[in-house]
Ligand binder design. Sequence first.
Ligand SMILES: Cc1cc2nc3c(=O)[nH]c(=O)nc-3n(C[C@H](O)[C@H](O)[C@H](O)COP(=O)(O)O)c2cc1C
Length: 351
Amino acid sequence: MSSALWQRLQLKLPVIQAPMAGGATTPQLVAAVSAGGGVGFLAGAMLAPEQIRQEAAKIRGLTDRPFGINLFIQEPPAPDDAELELALRLLAPWHIELGLPPPAAPERYCQPFGQQFEALLELRPALASFTFDILDGKQMQALKQAGILVVGTATNLAEGLAWARLGADAVCAQGREAGGHRGTFIGPQEQSLRPMLSLVYELAQNLPVPVIAAGGIMSGKDIAGAMRHGAQACQLGTAFLRCPESAISQPWKYGLAAAKAGATRLTRAFSGRMARGLDNRYMEEMAQWQDQLPAYPVTNALTGPMRAAASKVGRSDMMSLWAGEGVAQARELPAAELMGQLLLEWQAAYR
Ligand SMILES: Cc1cc2nc3c(=O)[nH]c(=O)nc-3n(C[C@H](O)[C@H](O)[C@H](O)COP(=O)(O)O)c2cc1C
């Protein structure tokens, strides 16, 4: 990152804690990462505008260091009857297995992006990052006027160029190793699966803005490797999932603790958008249908009750256990200690 950005974010270590919707990123995690010399992110995507305000207030109660807010750019979907009917039929047996009433279409598939965006503008975090699509010129201008640094997520060169052209302050290059959902918005998702180092190198060579590396970065040595390929900072998600400050469910944490290398796979079956998580029975059995399920956020909302119920009774075979390819190297450490170790390893990598 340019030294101006480093100064704005008061970085001692080029670590950005990835926004992780679904419970992982608590105010305590954000504050601990910031205190450790990195920058933390509030994952706002699944939160109502009022909850985003409350979480930001909690973060500000714990730290006066800069932090970011992340949103998914999305419009309310309008699924057609046939795809909805197929999805409900495919989910029915899983509901029976869990003793749940039959699946049904919810009143609303996602939070209202426009109102979330308004809340973000009003809160004026140091950073705002976006995924799943790109902003329009007016929204970008509003962020600039509010003095907020903007990071756009890219999984290929065309997306990186689009964000740079729009005026983003940095682009987050999401490699195929990354845990959670893929941000692809130009071209087919299966053609935007470049390994992190090669994507970072390509974007760093071609974009006029700083590149942030994301995907499979688990150690200080990995950070140094990504920086050698042109990254100016690194965004780590999976590395923080096992921290006590991460509020993901116990079955998810147990799955992470037991995971071996190669334990993850990409799937569309939970949400209608490609995402990486620990391989399980639901992913395997639904793989044959995943391309016919409605696009995100429809399938994500439809599988919500199943995933929540499975989590309550410890049925990890029906949960979305998002994690990246580096999961076997995730450490069960308080975030402050993890930041300390990353700093030492990063410094050692340059010696
Ligand atoms: C559990 C989980 C949830 C995630 N949620 C979000 C999110 O809400 N917004 C976002 O931009 N990226 C999200 N991501 C992706 C991260 O921003 C980042 O690309 C990824 O964590 C990097 O790969 P790594 O997990 O191997 O470190 C999520 C990742 C994980 C593991």
